[in-house]
Design a protein. Structure first.
Length: 167
């Protein structure tokens, strides 16, 4: 299922209504570099449990035995009531950034919560999604004009997975 509903533009072309925001390549590269020089808040970990280590750059689960970098990430910057700094993973070796920006990542259709934030970065909505239709929830949340952007997170641990913005 695609992460958008076709909608005709003024030119008659189909448009996406949202885009997936994987972790920027620069942030992943900085995390890898910091881990290599021994930054105290960065650690190398090896995948030992299936579907437990999601890379926020390629948006796929790490395979057993793959090495990742665990590091703190601020999905909402400090200085805001909903500021959030939490642990996330990226592959220790370079990986291709998620490219299907108008498709909800297949690996994260279950066990995720989706939170909606306004322009002041205040959380104003949040729901757990499991299974077949995370796109419907995304579209419903983005239909609220007060919601400026969404964050997809682990439903069990609350860790940031990726962002979503309107196109």
């Amino acid at each position: 299922m695609r992460g958008w509903q076709p909608r005709a533009s003024a030119a008659g072309m189909k448009e996406a209504i949202y885009t997936i925001l994987p972790l920027p390549t620069e942030v992943a590269a900085q995390a890898r570099a910091a881990a290599r020089v021994g930054a105290a808040d960065h650690a190398f970990v090896t995948t030992d449990v299936p579907e437990s280590y999601p890379c926020r750059h390629c948006l796929r689960w790490a395979q057993l035995g793959e090495e990742l970098v665990l590091f703190p990430f601020a999905s909402i910057a400090t200085g805001r009531p909903y500021s959030d700094i939490g642990p996330i993973f990226v592959h220790a070796e370079s990986c291709e950034r998620y490219r299907a920006l108008h498709e909800f990542p297949r690996d994260f259709r279950e066990g995720r919560s989706i939170r909606g934030y306004d322009a002041a970065e205040t959380m104003i909505a949040g729901e757990v999604v499991n299974g077949s239709a995370p796109e419907a929830l995304v579209e419903r949340l983005l239909a609220d004009p007060q919601i400026a952007f969404l964050q997809v997170r682990s439903a069990s641990r609350g860790c940031y997975t990726f962002g979503i913005e309107r196109v």
